[in-house]
Structures are given as C-alpha cells and as structure tokens.
Design a protein around this ligand. Structure first.
Ligand SMILES: Nc1nc2c(ncn2[C@@H]2O[C@H](COP(=O)(O)OP(=O)(O)O)[C@@H](O)[C@H]2O)c(=O)[nH]1
Ligand SMILES: [Mg+2]
Ligand SMILES: [Zn+2]
Length: 291
C-alpha cells in the first residue's frame, strides 16, 4: 500500500511504506488519482504501477457546469485560511464550507494577518460563522509566528488537514512555519516527477514532523468553487445557521424563498440568520436550480 502525495494528470508521486517517494501511474482508465488516496501498486523498475485505489473515506471536490475538480481524499479536516488583505470573499468561504459539509469533513477557519488594521473588518465578516459554531482562529503567521505555531500545531497534530484559501492569504507562509523541511519535501516530489515546474500549481502532501504525526495538504484553486453536485433541496441542510430553523417551516418541502410560514425567513427577519448568509443561500440556490 502507498499514499498519493502529489498528482499531475494521470501521473502521481506515491509514498511507499518505507517512506520512499516514487513516480507512479495508474494502470488502465479506471479513475482519477487524488492526493490522500491509498493505492495498491507494483514496482516497475524505479517507478510504480498503481493497480487500484482503495475506497475513499471522503473526497472534497468542486464542480461547475463543465467539470469537476477533486482537491483531496481521506481528510480529517479542512483549514480555510482567510485574511483582511486581500479581503476574503464571503461567497467563496460559504461555498467551501458547503462543499466540506456535503463531504462530511470538519472545517476550521483561520483568520491571518491580525496585525493589519483590515483584520477588524474581516473579523466582523466572520461573526456569522462563529455564531453558527465554527471554530474561528486568529493569528499573524508573519508578524507573530511563535503564537501562531502554538495555536495551530495542537489542532493539526495526528490529523490530515487540507489547507484552502485565496492566494495572498498566507498558505505558503503557514506551510513554511509549520512544516520542517517543506522545501525538501517539495524537492523530493519534483525529483520523483522529473520536473521542477509542476509542483507549484499542484496539490501537495506535507508531513508535519518526522514521525508522520499529521499532515497538511496545500492546494491551489480556491476560486470558482462550483457546487453543482449539491442537490438544491438539500442546500439549506448544509448551512448550519439555516439548518437550525428548518423544523419551523410549515411545508416540509419549503425552499425558503417566499413560502408562508417559513421558519428560515422568520429567522432572517428577526436577525437570527445574518442577511448576508441568506443572500448567499438564494444566490447559490438560483445557480443550482438553473442547471
Ligand atoms: N502583514 C502580514 N502579512 C503576512 C502575514 N502572513 C503572511 N503575510 C504576507 O502575505 C503575503 C502572501 O503570503 P503567502 O504565504 O505567499 O500567501 P499564499 O498565496 O496564500 O501562499 C506575503 O507577502 C506574506 O509575507 C501576516 O501575519 N501579517
Ligand atoms: Mg502560496
Ligand atoms: Zn422555509
């Protein structure tokens, strides 16, 4: 058995049980490989032929009208990194959280760059997420690295965490702060792929320490987080702040738009659901119903 630690098309870097990283490719056209996959393989020279992918515990992916893109598989949690500079998009954050919820994966939000004045506005924008019970951690990876490390490490140890966030938010800074020899790990992957070029744009697995007590997966592609795989009628159940009021709706098939006796609309009216979150709900619902 080996673990997929990077992918590039149908090529992958797999890490074998003794910890060697070798170039692997999938036999046949059975499926795609995703970072985090466990695979059965056979050595072929100094490469590996992947014979089968073990069933996945979970898979985080996004899907737009045209195609679906997998981020990673077999995750314990997703860390959504945001900042006030560049100001994060509420829509992207909400979509990523819905995707995680629909895949059954826990999420944490990390607000970085708290040394900047813009953090105040970001903090305010995160209030509805805190109120719905999501862990929201605050730190400054660059300005106060020791405190950030002390806060984050205990939450990441012994777990497999996918790191997602818009570019410029601090993902590379986080990896470099928490992962010893991050560059060396990237180097081994480039070597196995015979390329120094592809690693910057692909999803990569990093061990948090030499004893392999937890891993961080760095992934690009946070933009355009399509949710076409979500069933419109299920959407509200994937948003914890809306879900809390579904039992109050008069109609069991209520879509929470204009229906009489809608518990969600009443909660929005009272201010118990943030209007911004309800606006995102209707926006995503429109998209899902237009398919
Ligand atoms: N002010 C401030 N800047 C930070 C902090 N953390 C990261 N940055 C800066 O934000 C920029 C983007 O960081 P980077 O890690 O490359 O973001 P990525 O695109 O998500 O990988 C860099 O110039 C970092 O130095 C922080 O805590 N405070
Ligand atoms: Mg980066
Ligand atoms: Zn309703």
């Amino acid at each position: 058995m080996a673990r997929v630690v990077a992918t590039h098309g149908r090529h992958a870097v797999i890490e074998t049980a003794p910890g060697q990283r070798v170039h692997g490719h999938l036999r046949g056209r059975k499926s795609d490989l995703v970072v985090g996959d466990l695979v059965r393989w056979q050595p072929a020279g100094d490469e590996g032929v992947i014979e089968a992918v073990e069933p996945r515990r979970n898979l985080l992916f996004r899907q737009d009208a045209w195609r679906s893109k997998s981020f990673a598989a077999n995750l314990d949690q997703v860390l959504l990194l945001v900042a006030g500079e560049p100001m994060f998009s509420d829509s992207q954050l909400t979509r990523a959280l819905i995707a995680a919820e629909s895949a059954g994966i826990d999420a944490l939000i990390g607000l970085n760059k708290t040394d900047r004045p813009s953090a105040a506005q970001a903090r305010e924008r995160l209030q509805p997420y805190r109120a719905m019970g999501l862990p929201v951690l605050e730190f400054a990876l660059k300005a106060a690295p020791a405190a950030a490390r002390a806060l984050l490490l205990p939450l990441l140890q012994q777990r497999v965490t996918l790191l997602l966030g818009p570019s410029g938010t601090g993902k590379s800074t986080l990896i470099n702060l928490l992962v010893p020899q991050a560059q060396a790990q990237v180097g081994e992957i480039s070597l196995a792929l015979n390329s120094g070029r592809h690693t910057t744009t692909s999803t990569l697995w990093y061990w948090l320490d030499a004893h392999h007590g937890g891993a961080l997966i760095d992934s690009p592609g946070f933009q355009e987080f399509g949710l076409h795989h979500v069933d419109a009628a299920q959407l509200a159940t994937l948003m914890p702040d809306l879900r809390a009021y579904l039992g109050d709706c008069r109609f069991h098939n209520c879509m929470h738009r204009h229906e009489p006796g809608c518990g969600v609309l009443a909660a929005v009216e009272r201010g118990d659901i943030a209007s911004q979150r309800f606006r995102l709900y209707t926006e995503i619902l429109d998209e899902l119903q237009q398919r």
